[in-house]
Design a protein around this ligand. Structure first.
Ligand code: ATP
Ligand code: MG
Length: 484
C-alpha cells in the first residue's frame, strides 16, 4: 500500500537520507493520523542507525540548530515550519519488572515496530526514494484503523505488564478516536490495572497527564466509562468510582451519580475546551456518597455535598499532582454549583444576585455553564424549564449590575478638571456642574465619553457659571428671627 504524505519537509528529509546512505521511516501517530485523514504536526522519524547523527545532518541542511538531544534515548528534536520532528534510532527494548524504563538496544525496523503499544501505532512509512510512501504493516494496523480497534501487537498481558502506562494510553486513544479496545486487550487491562500504581512503576504525573487528555476528548464519557468498567478508575481515582450505584429504599431511589456525572461532563465538553471547567464538572458531586442520608418521608438527601466536595479537592489535587494554582477555581465552582438554582424565583431580592455575582467573581460565566450542564433530566419539558430559569437568572444579574453601574456612574470629566476649566475652587459649584454633565449623559444628549463630556462642559460652562453666580449674588434669605 502506498501513502504519499505529500509533505515537502518529509520529501526533503527522505532525499537527505538517500544522499547520506541512511534508511529512514515515518512512524507512530503521524502515519495513523495520515490514514485517518487527520493533520498532525508531530512527526516521529525512525532511523536505522544513529538517530542523533542523522538529526544533526538534517539540522545542518535546514540551517537550524537541534532543539533538543536526548542521548539516553538516542533521540533528537528539530522544529521546522511548525512541525515538531523527532528523530530516533530504531531500537528494541527489554523490561525489568520494577521499572517501565527499558534496557534499550539498537535494532532493525521490525523489532522496533513490535515494541510499540498498539497495532494502529506500529505502522511505518518509507521515506527513501525506493520505498517512498510504502507502508510496513506487520500487525494489521491498517485493518485495525479501518475496524476502529485498539489492539496490542504482542501478547496484551505482557504489553501492559512491561509498561502499565499503556493501559491509560489505550483508553485515551479509544476515547479520542472513538475506537473499541479489543476484548483480549480489555481483559488484560482488567488484570493488570493495579500495576499502574504498584511500586511506583509509573509516575503519578504520567497517569494524571493521560487522565486529563481523556477528559479533553470530544466525548470524555466514553473513556471515563472504560476506566470505570475496567476497574482502572478504582485504582487511580476511587472517589469517582464511588459515585456509581443506585440505592432503593421503599419507593425512593436516587440516580446513579457516576452516570449523571458522565452526562454532565459530556454536556460541558460541548461548550468548553477549558480543562478545569471540565474537571469541575467531573467532581461537582464528588461528596455525594459521603453526605448521603435517607430521611423518612423525604427520601435521599445529600445535604452539604457541595461544601464537602470543595473541601475534598485539596487532597485530590495533591495526590494527583494537579496544578495547585487551579485548586481555588475548582473549589469555587464545586462549592457554588447549587447557588444559582433558587435565584430563578420572582421574589428574589437584588442583593441576592449581587451576592452571587460578587462571590463568583470572574467565574460567574463558568458557574452558569456548569449549572446548565448539570441539567440531565430525560424529560424535555423539565430541561427547557430549568434552562429557562438560568436565562432568567442571567438576565436578572445583568439588570442588577446595570443598575449598580448607573448608581456608581460618574462624569468622565472629573472635579479637578472642572475646577481648572471653570476657574473655580473646591465647592458646591463643582458638584452642580458635574451633575449637569451626568444628566446629559443619562438623558442621552451626549455619550458616556471623555471627549464628548469635555466639549459639552466647554459649551455650557459660561451660561452655567453665570446662572450659578446670579443665584449666589442674590441676598441670602433672611432667617426668621425671634421678634420679626
Ligand atoms: P499522539 O497523537 O497522542 O501524539 P502518538 O501515537 O504520536 O499519538 P506518542 O506518545 O507521540 O503517541 O508516541 C509516538 C509513538 O511511539 C506511538 O505511536 C507509539 O508507536 C510509540 N509509543 C509511545 N509511547 C509508547 C509506550 N508507552 N509503549 C510503546 N510504544 C509507545
Ligand atoms: Mg505524537
Amino acid at each position: 500500500m502506498i501513502f504519499d504524505p505529500q509533505n515537502i519537509i518529509l520529501k526533503k528529509i527522505g532525499n537527505a537520507a538517500d544522499e547520506s546512505g541512511y534508511r529512514i521511516f515515518v512512524v507512530g501517530g503521524y502515519v495513523r493520523d495520515l490514514i485517518l485523514g487527520v493533520i498532525d504536526n508531530d512527526i516521529d522519524i525512525m532511523v536505522l542507525g544513529d538517530g542523533i547523527q542523522f538529526a544533526e545532518l538534517i539540522a545542518e541542511k535546514f540551517k537550524k540548530p537541534l532543539d533538543a538531544v536526548y542521548k539516553n534515548f538516542a533521540t533528537a528534536l528539530l522544529n521546522i515550519d511548525g512541525y515538531k520532528i523527532e528523530f530516533a534510532s530504531a531500537r528494541k527494548e527489554s523490561y525489568n519488572r520494577s521499572s517501565r524504563k527499558p534496557e534499550v538496544e539498537t535494532a532493525g525496523l521490525n523489532e522496533d515496530l513490535s515494541r510499540r503499544d498498539f497495532t494502529i501505532n506500529a505502522l511505518a512509512l518509507g521515506l527513501n526514494e525506493d520505498n517512498y510512501g510504502i507502508l510496513t504493516d506487520n500487525f494489521n494496523g491498517y485493518r485495525d484503523i479501518q475496524d476502529k480497534i485498539i489492539r496490542t501487537p504482542l501478547d496484551p498481558l505482557k504489553t501492559f505488564d512491561d509498561d502499565p502506562l499503556r493501559i491509560m494510553r489505550a483508553v485515551r486513544f479509544a476515547s479520542r478516536l472513538n475506537f473499541k479496545i479489543d476484548d483480549r486487550a480489555f481483559d488484560a487491562i482488567k488484570k493488570m490495572k493495579d500495576r499502574l500504581t504498584e511500586d511506583k512503576v509509573v509516575s503519578q504525573e504520567r497517569i494524571t497527564n493521560e487522565f486529563l487528555q481523556i477528559l479533553m476528548t470530544d466525548k470524555p464519557s466514553y473513556g471515563l466509562d472504560l476506566l470505570f468498567k475496567s476497574g482502572v478508575m478504582d485504582t487511580i481515582f476511587p472517589e469517582l468510582s464511588a459515585l456509581a450505584g443506585v440505592e432503593q429504599r421503599k419507593e425512593y431511589h436516587h440516580k446513579d451519580v457516576f452516570y449523571h456525572t458522565l452526562i454532565v461532563v459530556d454536556n460541558i465538553s460541548l461548550k468548553t475546551e477549558n480543562l478545569w471547567l471540565r474537571f469541575a464538572a467531573l467532581v461537582h458531586d464528588i461528596a455525594k456518597p459521603r453526605t448521603k442520608k435517607f430521611i423518612e418521608g423525604t427520601g435521599w438527601t445529600f445535604h452539604g455535598h457541595e461544601e464537602l466536595g470543595a473541601r475534598m479537592m485539596k487532597k485530590i489535587f495533591i495526590r494527583m499532582r494537579l496544578p495547585i494554582n487551579k485548586l481555588e477555581y475548582v473549589e469555587k465552582l464545586v462549592r457554588m454549583h447549587l447557588r444559582p438554582i433558587p435565584l430563578a424565583k420572582d421574589d428574589v431580592t437584588d442583593s441576592a444576585f449581587r451576592r452571587l455575582a460578587a462571590e463568583a467573581g470572574n467565574e460567574l460565566e463558568d458557574l452558569l455553564i456548569l449549572c446548565r450542564a448539570d441539567i440531565t433530566s430525560k424529560n424535555p419539558d423539565k430541561v427547557s424549564r430549568f434552562m429557562n430559569n438560568y436565562v432568567l437568572v442571567e438576565k436578572k444579574i445583568i439588570e442588577v449590575q446595570e443598575k449598580d453601574e448607573l448608581r456608581n456612574f460618574q462624569s468622565p470629566v472629573r472635579g479637578n478638571e472642572i475646577m481648572e476649566i471653570c476657574g473655580l475652587k473646591e465647592g458646591r459649584e463643582v458638584g452642580i456642574i458635574k451633575s449637569k454633565i451626568e444628566e446629559a449623559i443619562l438623558d442621552g444628549e451626549i455619550k458616556n465619553d471623555y471627549e464628548e463630556a469635555k466639549k459639552y462642559l466647554l459649551d455650557i460652562k459660561d451660561k452655567l457659571l453665570s446662572s450659578i453666580m446670579i443665584n449666589k449674588s442674590k441676598p441670602p434669605r433672611l432667617k426668621k428671627s425671634a421678634g420679626s
